[in-house]
Write a protein that binds this ligand. Sequence first.
Ligand code: NDP
Length: 497
Amino acid sequence: MTTSATDQTQIAFLQQQPVKMLIGGQWVAAASGKTFETINPSTGSVLAQVAEGDVEDINQAAAAARKAFESGPWPKMTPSQRGRLLWRLADLVEQHADELAQLETLDNGKPIKYSKGADIPLTADHFRYFAGWATKLEGETIPVSIPNMFTYTLREPVGVVGQIIPWNFPIQMAAWKLAPALACGNTVILKPAEQTPLSALRLGELICEAGFPEGVVNIVPGFGETAGASLALHPDVDKIAFTGSTEVGKKILQASVGNLKKVTLELGGKSPNIIFPDADLKFAIRGAMTAIFFNQGQVCTAGSRLFVHKSVYDQVLSGLTDVARKMKMGPGIDPSTDMGPLVSQEQMERVTNYIDIGRREGAVTTTGGKYAGSDLAGGYFIEPTVFDNVQDEMTIAREEIFGPVVAVMPFESMEEIAARANKSIYGLAAGVWTSDVKQAHKMAALLKSGVVWVNTYNQFDAAAPFGGYKQSGYGREMGHAVLDAYTQTKTVWMNLR
Ligand code: NDP
């Protein structure tokens, strides 16, 4: 089965060309009239022309978001009404689950079994979880030591929020950003990634259908250097929430200085995944496989440094090599596909370059390491790749590759491995595989990362905080932790004398 024209034409959303952007409740062309192509990475063919937002569109979106924040129905809505809108949006996402999953898979390349089984249900779940928070944003009464004073706090929205998201989980990233911002009463300008704008724009239609007032959510597709950069710089945007590379995260921070925007950053990683000899090895090998190859390795938490105790190293290496070889590569839209293409030609070249560097520096592939698109309609396919003979100092063991490439390395003791695992500029996530509970807790305490998974990997839930240590960013998404990022505290003093 291939990604045929039929798959695309079945999606009504793709009939409108070019796809427009959402500003102030209206679907509009770019002010410049320009459009850009979004590509199906399984074939390299053009999926759709999309309106290309730039400075002027961001200005208009910021004006619409400001107006909606200050006046009109949104600031007058009760928390319960905001919650209901989010709940209705979750229902609409579920009602259109098949269409959204297909759109996501066609635009990003990910296997349809994952977009159907994970991306879309988790998106609906996210809106529903934060629908519940809208009515629970409580202030406090403060027992100050000044007589006759009644002092309390209010939690208020931050204002106009710019949200810049990446291409690896397009609709989920939109939900992670939009749901808490809206639950807290902010208004939003969302810039999806240039590679994958479609599901966010379709979500925009559902947001309108759910009944959010005009201007509360504005969606401006376009390029990072233009639309993204002007959003990050805009003097009337109060906060930026960003997910993407550490390099661009630093630019966002610099751009925020002008009006001291509040900034939260969810950035890159080089996550250690550590297998102790007492682990259930069959289970751990499968875990190591999904840790690195899920979503073609294009996951900020990808378990790209696999540390294996030397006593079971050979067994794990050959087991992982074996399961990697058996993964079925193919177009994402094929239900039997385990691994789809990378998102773009640029990303494929980037990953290929890392594989070449790995070999030049002395690492050896036990499987994979090659372009696999010749037999697959010319899409951006790279084989699942396992590297042996890796040293900690090698480029492939230090830098984020963001592709299906794992560096496997042996270790001898717990103290040694904790130090080596932590020797990274990143600190996003880590995995530990062991049947010794004490060892698991000790490792969880020693690892310097925002998330530690024990005998599991890549678990996410709307209720569980997620974010990085070190250069993996700051601020947290999900759970009640994210509410701090989208509210500010006002302290009210009343003299009762
Ligand atoms: P980027 O960090 O460039 O992209 C993330 C988002 O930021 C996109 O929407 C992008 O726009 C936007 N952007 C880019 N430049 C700017 C800017 N100057 N100002 C404001 N916004 C900007 O990631 P890439 O897509 O270039 O991927 C490169 C690498 O980044 C990957 O190989 C991976 O290592 C890492 N990455 C990490 C992710 C994570 O989840 N932590 C996600 C994606 C990438 P545009 O639409 O034009 O790309």
